[in-house]
Design a protein around this ligand. Structure first.
Ligand code: ADP
Ligand code: MG
Length: 692
C-alpha cells in the first residue's frame, strides 16, 4: 500500500486550483497526469526581473521591470499595433500590443495611473519599447512580482504563466517525508533534505543553480538513482530466494573437452567458468550475464557450462538470434564437444519434416543432451526430458518473454545470458542491476591490434585500389554498408549498388549478404567467403554479431559516422582474429561534426570495448548507447547517467547494504525507502517485499 503521506502527490493534476480536464490533457502531455509529475518538472532556465532601471538607462534586449505613469493610448488600426505611451521622470517607454480586442488595454492602463511593467526591452527608431509585457501590476500588487522566475519546458497550449502557477500549487502540497538517504552520505555531500531540494530546484536564482551538479540537483538525481538501484536490488534478492536446482558437475565431460581445446583458458575465462559453476551448484535460480567483447571467448565458457549441466544429469540449450550464428555456434560446440563424445543437436526454422521430428523426439527423450538453435526452440512442440541450463546468446536481441519461454521448458533451469555489447558499468547497474555478472575483460593471447584509420568518402577510389592490393596479397575483405532502420529498402538498394560497382572490378570474387536475402543464399555467400571462393564480402550489419572468419584481415565501413560506436567496435571485431595484422578503414561523409570526429577517433585510439562504451555514453547519452531495443533501461527524469555516473556506484552499494540489513524494509529507514520507491514509481519492487 502506498503510504498515505504521498496521497496529495499522487492526485491527478485536476486537483490543483485552476486546472480543468482540458488543461489536464495538456499537462499530461507536458509532464504527466499527476501532481507528482509537476514536482519533477524542473525549470531549464531563469528570467531575472531584478533590473529596474529608469527609462533613460534601458538597454536593448534585456529584461527590465519599470515603474511608469500611463500618459496616452494610441489604438491601432490596420497593421499598426496598439500603443500605450508611458513615462517616468527620465523618458518615454512605449508599450506595444498586436491584435488587441475590445477595451482590455483601456482598463489595464488608465491614463494617469502608475503601473509596473516587466518584459523584454527593444529599441525602435531609437526609442525604447516593450511588446506585450510579461507582467503588468498595480503598485499595490508588487508582491506578485517574482524577481527571478524559473522557465519551464512548455507544450503547445500552455503558457509559461499557467505552468508556473500549476507547479507552484504542486509545490504547496509537498509533504515532509522522512529521510531515506544515509545521514553520513548526506552530510558528506552537503545535500539538503528532500522537500528543501525540490523547492530549491524550482527556485533557481542563477544560471549556475540549473547545473546538474549543484547539491540540490545532485540530491534529487541521487534519489532517483537510489530508487532504481533499490528496485533492481529487490528484484535480485527475490530471485535469489527463488527455488532453483543444484547442478554439480563431475568433470567427466569438461575435463576431456578442455584438454582437447588446443589452447588454455584465459584467466578471465577461468574465473567466469568458476563463477558460473559455483552458482549452478547453488540451490537457487541462476540468472547470470556473461559479458565480453567480441572475440573474448564466450562460446567456450558457455560450452563448459553446458557440459556441466549435462554432467549433472540435465540437458542444455543455446539460443542464438540468427540462423548464421546458431549454425556457427553449433559447428564450434560440436567440434569441441566431440572430445567428450557429446552430441549437440541443431534446430532452426529450416529443419522440417522427418529431420525436425527426429530432433524433437530425441530432445524429448533426452537422447540428445544439448541443442543449439534459433527462436525455433521456442515452438510449443519442442520439449525436453530435463532442461537444466538455458544459454541465450546476444541476449538483448530477444524479448523477456522469449528468454523466459525457453526457461519455462525446463525444470527450475539456470539461465546464462551472453552479450558482446560492452556496457559501461554505470549503465550496467541501472539497466541490468538485477543480474549477476561475469565479465571477460581479457582477450585470448596472440591477437594483433587492428590498424584503424578514418578516410573521407571522397577518396573511395583510393580505397578501392587499396582493397585491390590487399586482395592481391590474398587478404579477405569485408565491405560494410550502413543499415538504417527507417528505410530498409533504400539501404538494401545501397548495398546492392555497391556490390554491383565492385563486382566487375574484382570479377568472380565479390559476394553479397544482407538481411533480405533468403537464408540459403546468405549462407552460401558466407560459406563462400569463409571457404575462400569469395574474398570480398559486401554486407550490411548482418555480419555484426558472432560471425567468425578468422583469416579476414581488412574491413571497410562506409558511412561510419552513421553507426553507433559499440556497433562499429563489434563490426571491427570480425577482423584481427587470426595471426595476421589487420586494417579497418572507416569511411565518413565529410564534413564531420565535432562529436562525430571525436567518436571516430576513439576507435582509432583503442580496442577496449568497455572504454569505447564509456566514451560513447559520455558523448551520446544513455538511450543511444543501449538503443531502444535494449530498453531494459528505465527512463530517468532527474538524473543524467553521463553526469551522475559516480552516484550510481554509491546508490548501488547502498541499496545492497540496506537490503542486507533490512531485507523487508521494516525499519524506520526502510519505511522511508518504501516512500522513495513509490515516488519514483518503482512500486512493482514493493510487491517483491510482500511476496517474501
Ligand atoms: P566471442 O563469442 O566472445 O566473440 P568466441 O568464443 O567466438 O568469442 O572466441 C573467439 C575465438 O577465440 C574463437 O576462435 C575461439 O576458439 C578462440 N579462443 C577462445 N578462447 C581462447 C583462448 N583461451 N585462447 C586462445 N583462443 C581462444
Ligand atoms: Mg560469440
Amino acid at each position: 500500500m502506498r503510504p498515505a503521506i504521498l496521497d496529495k502527490l499522487f492526485a491527478p493534476v485536476t486537483a490543483l486550483p485552476g486546472i480543468g480536464s482540458q488543461a489536464a490533457k495538456l499537462f499530461e502531455r507536458l509532464a504527466g497526469p499527476l501532481v507528482l509529475d509537476l514536482v519533477w518538472h524542473l525549470p531549464g532556465g531563469i528570467i531575472d526581473r531584478r533590473a529596474a532601471p529608469p527609462i533613460r538607462a534601458l538597454e536593448p534586449d534585456r529584461i527590465a521591470t519599470i515603474t511608469v505613469r500611463v500618459e496616452a493610448h494610441q489604438p491601432g488600426f490596420g497593421r499598426r499595433p496598439y500603443r500605450v505611451l508611458c513615462t517616468d521622470s527620465t523618458g518615454t517607454l512605449t508599450l506595444v500590443y498586436f491584435n488587441v480586442k475590445g477595451d482590455q488595454l483601456a482598463r489595464l492602463f488608465p491614463v494617469g495611473a502608475e503601473r509596473v511593467v516587466s518584459g523584454r526591452v527593444e529599441f525602435y527608431g531609437g526609442m525604447p519599447q516593450m511588446a506585450h509585457p510579461d507582467l503588468v501590476l498595480r503598485p499595490d500588487e508588487l508582491d506578485r512580482l517574482r524577481p527571478i522566475e524559473p522557465i519551464y519546458p512548455l507544450t503547445a497550449g500552455l503558457s509559461p504563466r499557467i505552468v508556473q502557477k500549476a507547479v507552484g500549487a504542486a509545490l504547496d502540497r509537498l509533504p515532509a517525508l522522512p529521510e531515506w538517504i544515509d545521514p553520513a552520505l548526506r552530510e558528506k555531500r552537503g545535500w539538503p533534505g528532500w522537500r528543501e531540494a525540490v523547492r530549491h530546484a524550482h527556485a533557481p536564482e542563477t544560471e549556475a543553480d540549473l547545473l546538474p551538479t549543484t547539491p540540490v540537483r545532485e540530491r534529487l538525481a541521487y534519489d532517483e538513482i537510489f530508487a532504481s538501484q533499490l528496485a533492481v536490488a529487490l528484484v535480485r534478492a527475490r530471485r535469489h530466494r527463488q527455488k532453483g536446482r543444484t547442478i554439480v558437475g563431475t568433470g567427466a565431460l569438461t575435463r576431456p573437452v578442455e584438454a582437447a581445446l588446443g589452447f588454455s583458458l584465459t584467466g578471465a575465462q577461468r574465473l567466469a567458468v568458476a563463477e558460473i559453476a559455483a552458482e549452478m551448484a547453488q540451490p537457487r535460480r541462476m540468472v547470470r550475464l556473461l559479458q565480453g567483447d567480441v572475440g573474448s571467448g564466450k562460446t567456450v565458457v558457455a560450452l563448459i557450462a553446458m557440459l556441466t549441466a549435462i554432467e549433472g544429469g540435465g540437458q542444455a540449450a543455446l539460443m542464438a538470434p540468427t540462423e548464421i550464428l546458431a549454425r556457427q555456434h553449433h559447428a564450434t560446440l560440436q567440434r569441441h564437444a566431440a572430445a567428450a563424445r557429446v552430441e549437440i543437436g541443431f534446430l532452426t526454422g529450416r529443419e522440417k519434416g522427418r529431420a525436425r521430428a527426429s530432433m524433437l523426439a530425441s530432445l524429448a527423450s533426452g537422447l540428445t543432451p544439448a541443442v543449439v538453435g534459433t527462436h525455433a526452440l521456442l515452438q510449443p512442440d519442442v520439449e525436453f526430458r530435463d532442461l537444466a541450463l538455458v544459454v541465450i546468446d546476444e541476449q538483448h536481441r530477444f524479448g523477456v518473454e522469449q528468454r523466459l519461454g525457453l526457461y519455462a521448458k525446463g525444470r527450475d533451469a539456470d539461465t546464462l545470458l551472453m552479450s558482446a555489447t560492452p556496457i559501461p558499468r554505470t549503465l550496467m547497474m541501472t539497466a541490468y542491476g538485477d543480474l549477476d555478472v561475469s565479465r571477460l575483460t581479457e582477450k585470448p593471447p596472440g591477437r594483433h591490434p587492428v590498424d584503424t584509420r578514418t578516410v573521407a568518402l571522397e577518396r573511395i577510389e583510393d580505397i578501392v585500389a587499396a582493397v585491390g592490393r590487399a586482395l592481391a596479397r590474398k587478404a579477405k575483405v569485408y565491405w560494410i554498408c550502413p543499415m538504417v532502420e527507417e528505410s530498409e529498402t533504400a539501404d538494401i538498394a545501397a548495398v546492392e549498388e555497391r556490390h554491383k560497382a565492385l563486382a566487375p572490378i574484382f570479377p568472380g570474387r565479390v559476394g553479397l549478404v544482407h538481411g533480405r536475402m533468403k537464408p540459403a543464399d546468405k549462407d552460401r555467400a558466407m560459406a563462400g567467403f569463409a571457404g575462400g571462393e569469395l574474398d570480398l564480402l559486401v554486407a550490411t550489419t548482418v555480419i555484426e554479431v558472432g560471425v567468425d572468419v578468422p583469416d579476414a584481415t581488412v574491413m571497410v565501413i562506409e558511412h561510419a559516422e552513421r553507426f553507433g560506436l559499440a556497433q562499429l567496435h563489434q563490426l571491427r571485431g570480425r577482423i584481427g582474429r587470426g595471426d595476421k595484422p589487420s586494417t579497418c578503414l572507416l569511411l565518413y561523409q565529410s564534413p564531420l561534426g565535432d562529436v562525430a570526429k571525436r567518436r571516430l577517433s576513439i576507435l582509432r585510439e583503442t580496442e577496449d570495448g568497455f572504454r569505447i562504451a564509456e566514451e560513447d555514453l559520455r558523448l551520446r547519452g544513455a538511450g543511444e548507447v543501449l538503443g531502444t531495443r535494449q530498453s531494459g533501461l528505465p527512463t530517468l527524469r532527474l538524473a543524467d547517467l553521463a553526469v551522475h555516473e559516480e552516484l550510481v556506484a554509491i546508490a548501488h552499494d547502498d541499496a545492497r547494504l540496506v537490503l542486507e540489513r533490512d531485507p523487508h524494509l521494516d525499519s524506520e529507514r526502510g519505511q522511508a525507502l518504501r516512500a522513495l520507491l513509490y515516488l519514483f514509481r518503482r512500486d512493482e519492487a514493493v510487491q517483491y517485499l510482500r511476496a517474501g
